[in-house]
Design a protein around this ligand. Sequence first.
Ligand code: NAI
Length: 353
Amino acid sequence: MVVQVQGESLVDEVVVLKDVEAGLDGVVAIHSTVLGPGAGGCRLWQYADGQAAFADAARLAQGMSYKNAMAGLPLGGAKAVLRRPRGDFDRAALFRAFGRAVARLDGRYVTAEDVGTSVADMEVVARETRHVAGLPQRAGRPGGDPSPHTALGVFVSMAHAARRRLGRDLDECTVAIQGVGHVGEALAHLLHGVGARLIVADVDSDRVARVAVATGADIASTSQILAAQADIFAPCALGAVFNAESVEAMRAQVVCGAANNQLATPADGERLARRGILYAPDYVVNAGGIINVAGEYLGWTPEDVAARVEATGIRLAAVLDHAEAGGLPPHVAADTLARAAIAAGRVRAPAMV
Ligand code: NAI
């Protein structure tokens, strides 16, 4: 089945998930399996209706296809969205039922945790199917918390972007980090390790204080971090950070951070470009986590994972080269290259069988 979403995003396959007894009500959207099994996390969230859940799954599945393609992974893109039951519910029963549904897809979909789901939920899923990642790490194997890998990919990308836009290494830069959670905190430590100056903000005052003490960072309020006097701005909290108003307020010349969907609309990517701010596309630089998940599922060594994460800076360079050569904003260049990688896979696929 091929489904059109908003006239352009194609989803190859939609699987409706329903098990009334177990409280399972959701959808798996598989955007593409051209490059490999459709991989993407399982979100548990409240949605107004099934259509809203489907629209979110389709949008997120396309995002995973692009992210996986740009990371050079042998994976397609997909996402599961489950509607959170109202009130109390039997979590184990729900994820057992979800695991059985994933098993029935026979490897066309690989799941992992996402917003609203946890490692413990994936361990329940793993009792029903092997097409699941994000499980606790076993000695000598990839797995566990993906955040340090995400932070490393952002860090190497930032080093490239700083040299390219500012002509400087990170030890001569001030970096403003919005959100010092799992990724932001790890990024702060990496930057502190190479001598960068830091400004940090978080709604959690204990967290921000802890990071500031450990890294010598200045603290900014959450309302001021975007306009902080910094060379580089690293969004590591929320999506939709950039809109007409916030782009005007920016003082940094480089944006490079982990948050997903940083641009409220594609027009905001153009706004950043018009202001001369180099935007490192979010899904290109934040792929370290999915690279680790891929390594866990595909049986790579931790060294394979590390080498691929460290190559994130090289992949960003290719996107920015393509943007410059074509006079495109970086977010458009990234989408173009991702679509081309998937199309090339589609051409190659018949010859491989
Ligand atoms: P997290 O939940 O551990 O950290 C987010 C931090 O942002 C929290 O400390 C929170 O208090 C803070 N925050 C929330 N609202 C804020 C605001 N208005 N201003 C400043 N701080 C605020 O999440 P995590 O795992 O660190 O992820 C950060 C971002 O990166 C998210 O957008 C996530 O989707 C994205 N991402 C994370 C990956 C990972 O490996 N963890 C992989 C790829 C993307």
